[in-house]
Design a protein around this ligand. Sequence first.
Ligand SMILES: Nc1ncnc2c1ncn2[C@@H]1O[C@H](COP(=O)(O)OP(=O)(O)OP(=O)(O)O)[C@@H](O)[C@H]1O
Length: 520
Amino acid sequence: MAMGIGEILSQLGSIAASLMFVYAMYEQFCPSDLRKFVENYKHKFTDLMSPYIQITFNESSGERLKQSETYTIIQTYLGANSSKRAKRLEAEVVEDSQSPLVLSMDDNEEIEDEFNGVKVWWSANSKAPRRKASSGRSFDVVRCFTLTFHKRHRDLITSSYIQHVLEQGKAIIFKNRRLKLYTNNGGCWWMSGWSHTNFAHPARFETLAMEPEKKEEIINDLVKFKKGKEYYAKVGKAWKRGYLLYGPPGTGKSTMISAIANFMNYDVYDLELTTVKDNNELKTLLIETSSKSVIVIEDIDCSLELTGQRKKKKEKDHTDKNENKEKTDKKSEEEDEDDDNDDEEEEEKRKSNVTLSGLLNSIDGIWSSCGGERIIIFTTNFVDKLDPALIRRGRMDKHIEMSYCRYQAFKVLAKNYLDVESHGDLFPIIEKLLGETNMSPADVAENLMPKSTTEDAESCLKNLIQYLEIAKEKEEEEAKKNGEKAQLVAGKDKQELAQNYRMNRWRRQVKNMRNFFGSC
Ligand SMILES: Nc1ncnc2c1ncn2[C@@H]1O[C@H](COP(=O)(O)OP(=O)(O)OP(=O)(O)O)[C@@H](O)[C@H]1O
């Protein structure tokens, strides 16, 4: 006999009501032990029937329920994917990030991901913590991500996919983080160690004025280094690179360091050697540096104790100076020496007890104790003053000369400062003058900068030409003076030589006469 729809619905309704009643009775009156037992078997039964596996990643872990790093990395990875796919998102402002607004999946939201053609599902949930935190932050609920996948992909997911998620998540965190500038000159003798601020120098390779081939060579070297993890491991070398930047003041050594840090997305450790007490403190500071960083020692020649070759060179300079003293005007020489002594005293005061060997040991030591991915950069205005041991290949792998501004470098500055790439009349004049004068990019840049809002590019270029002409004249005068001085010295030398020659000839004649009369 056929049942009417109304009858079916009323029967279904009464079954549902009975089930709900039974469930409510079970929840209320069933002893907790029995309930646990039932739950356990219920899970076992569903696990047996379900072809899916679930892995849960909790927000907090450990005794103190600390924020789990893995959870944060997964959250970042899913954030990048879910912001495009999920409908309910949670927003958070993270201070130390370049993109401070971070979006992640909201509770009970689910998204699908695909890896090597295999589909997986991630869901965000909350649950009660298994145990209470012993101290510190306490949680009413613990948030977690659940990864669901088919059991036939277990190996792929557990070995490769999770690895992929962690790598991608870390890469996103690394890309978005704010760079830090660490310094060790806290200013107080009792405060050793690094302090940091955000690193926000705008220098980029695109705005760095130097010969394009040289720039490209450096960029290629950096790219090779960045991708070189396996290579360095294969050849058994620490994953580090040393650069020596040398050249006159204002040629862009510090600017280059900032451009390198921005290009590599590395933190900068600006090591002020003169405030480091001794070799031990230096070692500690270097060990505390993190990987993916640039360690910088500026003006290395001024910071170190006089050792080895520098000592010898100084002694030689001193002897040379004494010899010159006899040849040049005594008064001006005394004035010069007074100035030199003042400079030396000042330099001596600034020096710490870090020795060259201490620096070499510390630098070599960090590579064996801290792993890699660090770039170390020394800068100097006087490359000849440096001990060869300090800058030998292997320690300073690449020696980069930062030179005076020539035409190609000027073009970059003109583009940066005036937004002009050519000027039919003025560019050729500037090209010629830059070839005849030694002017630093800093000076060229200063002269290119408009002095008022009404000054246009052409008048800035004309200012530069005027400045270059004056500089050229000065250089020529200087060269003339030096030439005259050299001639004077050479003239005095000639007179002395002639006098010596006459004396020797006279001595020889006397000696011959003595011999002659002696033999008679
Ligand atoms: N090659 C360059 N490209 C772009 N700008 C430069 C360059 N060289 C110098 N400048 C400009 O000049 C200023 C000074 O340059 P920087 O401090 O980098 O020179 P430096 O070689 O480190 O000088 P010092 O030896 O005195 O420390 C920079 O702020 C920058 O604006």
